[in-house]
Design a protein around this ligand. Structure first.
Ligand code: GRF
Length: 221
């Protein structure tokens, strides 16, 4: 937890483009997040563009090979001992004195054993709307419409396939159940006629870039 003498040190975990990482970098550089610094960026993909973004801003960044287990392959990470990759990640996070872990497009499931080490200290950005406590199969939008809570892989496409008129993004605490932790903040996005997964995801990301900065800022007080 941050205090007067100690900044809030982020460990940002990525697997791809890293546009949300970029949003955090820009918020820090433009003094929108005073007291926040990125202690470390970790990618499970060597060629993730987010790694280049981090290096361009002279941030410590590392490629950490990870055993195959994609999000969506299972919806509950069993309470087993930590995997070797998770042990390595833990060592890194401690070494770089990370206070808050931000999953910004991180496509690997984290086990309960790993998460227990960082209670209320791991947050994720999800491109769909989840209910306040993260659980349950539906979400009620501001206009009172009930829509499914889309979880796991391809949540943007799931919303299009379901034919809903509204979707959105949220930042939530990470729990062992995938995309089912308490929501910190969210924003709705209207689905437009002719939207594709790409066009809709692009608009969702614009919202996410605001949400992630807001969510991180909330850990400062
Ligand atoms: C975001 O849309 C986020 O919701 C999802 O993965 C995407 C990551 O995008 N979990 P980026 O790598 O930050 O551009």
């Amino acid at each position: 937890m941050s205090s007067q003498n100690h900044s809030l040190r982020l460990g940002v975990l990525i697997s791809g483009s890293g546009s949300n990482l970029q949003a955090i970098i820009e918020a820090i550089e433009s003094q929108q997040l005073p007291g926040v610094e990125i202690a470390l960026v970790v990618s499970n993909k060597a060629d993730a563009y987010g790694l280049q973004r981090a290096l361009k801003h002279k941030l410590p960044a590392i490629y950490l090979p990870w055993e195959q287990r994609t999000v969506g392959a299972q919806f509950f990470a069993p309470k087993l001992a930590m995997s070797e990759s998770e042990s390595r990640l833990t060592t890194l996070l401690h070494l770089f004195q990370v206070d808050l872990i931000v999953l910004a497009g991180w496509m690997r499931i984290l086990s309960a054993a790993f998460l227990e080490q960082f209670p209320q200290r791991v947050i994720n950005i999800h491109p769909a709307l989840l209910p306040d406590d993260g659980t349950g199969s539906t979400f009620t939008t501001k206009n009172g419409t009930q829509i499914p809570a889309f979880r796991g892989l391809h949540a943007v496409q799931q919303a299009l396939d379901a034919g809903v008129k509204i979707t959105g993004s949220c930042v939530h605490f990470v729990t062992p159940e995938v995309d089912a932790g308490p929501v910190i903040c969210r924003e709705e996005v209207v689905i437009e006629e002719g939207d594709t997964e790409e066009t809709l995801h692009e608009r969702l990301k614009v919202v996410e870039h605001r949400l992630i900065v807001k969510a991180v800022g909330g850990f400062l007080c």
